[in-house]
Write a protein that binds this ligand. Structure first.
Ligand SMILES: *Cc1c(COP(=O)(O)O)cnc(C)c1O
Length: 403
């Protein structure tokens, strides 16, 4: 019999009653060190007093009005985002997929408004993930997400990951732009090198097409920069943001330059809940903390330390870990064993991580963790790797005994 909750998720049999900083706590009081952070969402951990206050204060005033009226919280947060980034304007959404929907529509409308409606294609890279709506599964191009849902939406040609030549060759008279994640998250913490991002930016300028970045997972400090494209010293024309923006409250945003947004006039796009006062209050508090001068240096310092420690672990357990990659506190452990075995072994150590494509385990801790939490994580990782490594030794011995 089907469960009352539609069974679309392969969930771990684990539930939490409350959270406290980087810990999630079960009803029995077991404390799990959360190095998944709701998949890069809880950037300031759980139940951060400042975010709790922002939400509850707004909850006393007004929850929802409508985009029929001005929403002061939107104007405040949009100003903050515009001042802190390349963007001149922002559309607020409830999720990452919706931020990408807006980005896709905007890129198409840009060319239509410029008299070239035939330019509607966004070229993407294999391994991409942009969400689960019909447009974003077409953009992601992954068979497992497209299958059975009818013909995929047109307009998302795909090239192999990191193949600049193929990317250039794919640009034609129907191209509206290039849509990529600076670091693929679901795809397995696959980093687009800075030189390549710069070359892609130059290619877009040369061809008169738009660079659309999906920074839903990389954004709001995760990589040690406010947004990952800053690592390469370039800027997109349009950018989707979500996950960490609300620190756990659902909110997304599509940021754009004035030029890229030229077609998005009154009536072209909308959302009932997008930019809701509750979401704006929390996201404004998140941005204030992310813009604190000590925040990004902290992420960078801890990111470097964690990476060094993980490199040592990889040296110690070469049969378990193949490589460590990523930026800031968006790190991936590329496994030699099955990645889900490491996720499960860590869960037994009461540490939460997230699997990804390319046999990777993602470490995405809250960005405000302290060094002590890194030490705790490394102890748990060490024990999990030792167990898995011992398992491999047993298997080898068994195979030896049989032959
Ligand atoms: C999570 C994610 C999305 C989708 O966000 P939802 O809020 O689940 O719709 C899109 N792009 C990237 C890169 C993501 O990591």
């Amino acid at each position: 019999m089907i469960t009352p909750v539609l069974p679309t998720y392969a969930r771990a049999d684990l539930e939490f009653e409350r959270g406290e900083g980087p810990y999630l706590i079960t009803a029995k009081g077991e404390r799990y060190l959360d190095f998944g952070a709701g998949i890069a969402v809880n950037a300031f951990g759980h139940a951060h007093p400042r975010l709790v206050a922002a939400l509850t204060e707004q909850a006393q005033k007004v929850w929802h009005t409508s985009n029929i009226y001005r929403i002061p919280g939107q104007e405040k947060l949009a100003r903050m985002l515009v001042e802190a980034t390349f963007a001149d304007t922002v559309f607020f959404t409830n999720s990452g997929a919706e931020a990408l929907e807006c980005a896709i529509k905007m890129a198409r409308k840009y060319h239509a408004a410029g008299g070239a409606p035939e330019r509607y294609e966004l070229i993407t890279m294999e391994g991409a993930f942009h969400g689960r709506t019909l447009a974003t599964i077409a953009a992601g191009g992954q068979k497992k997400y497209l299958e059975g849902f009818g013909p995929a939406m047109l307009g998302f040609p795909q090239v192999p990951f990191g193949d600049l030549k193929a990317l250039e060759a794919a640009i034609g008279p129907a191209t509206a732009g290039i849509l990529i994640e600076p670091i693929q998250g679901e795809g397995g913490i696959r980093v687009i090198p800075n030189e390549m991002l710069r070359a892609i930016r130059a290619l877009c300028d040369e061809k008169g097409i738009l660079l659309v970045l999906d920074e839903v997972q990389t954004g709001v400090g995760r990589t040690g920069k406010l947004f990952a494209h800053e690592l390469a010293g370039i800027a997109p024309d349009i950018m989707g943001v979500a996950k960490a923006l609300g620190g756990g409250f659902p909110v997304g945003a599509c940021l754009a330059t004035e030029a890229a947004a030229r077609g998005m006039v009154a009536g072209t796009h909308g959302s009932t809940f997008g930019g809701n006062p509750l979401a704006m209050a929390v996201a404004s508090a998140v941005m204030e903390m992310a813009l604190d001068e000590n925040f990004l240096p902290h992420v960078n310092m801890l990111g470097l330390k964690l990476r060094q420690k993980l490199a040592m672990l990889a040296d110690q357990y070469p049969r378990v870990i193949e490589a460590v990659r990523g930026e800031g506190l968006m790190l991936g452990i590329k496994c030699r064993i099955t990645n889900t075995d490491l996720v499960a072994a860590l869960r037994e150590e009461k540490m939460l991580t997230v699997g990804a494509g390319d046999n990777v385990v993602r470490l995405l801790p809250p960005l405000n963790i302290e060094e002590g939490h890194l030490d705790e994580a490394m102890e748990k990782l060490g024990r999990a790797c030792a167990k898995l490594d011992a398992g491999l030794a047993d298997e080898a011995a068994l195979a030896g005994a049989k032959s």
